[in-house]
Design a protein. Sequence first.
Length: 103
Amino acid sequence: MTDYPGNDTDSGGNRAYPEIRDRERGIGATRPQRDFFRRKICKICAGKTAVDCKDPDALRRFTTERGKILPRRITGTCARHQRVVTREVKRARFLALLPFSSK
């Protein structure tokens, strides 16, 4: 028997590409399934964090070390408060309390 790319056995009758077949079936090198997903809560709605452009320490929580604003999916803020955070971070940058970027 000759080996062709479409043939799934080699000349000895063994499977030639077992990892490809397993991947198609969903077996093998996949990450484990999680049983539940914990929803992130908005810290501003919960009242644990206040947002003000004059408080750079509180705003650093919403930025990376490079100065970029973190997205909602990372911080867990709601859409309404993400807009507030963005506006306050930009104001703090303009007032030179936060950096626009780092080297």
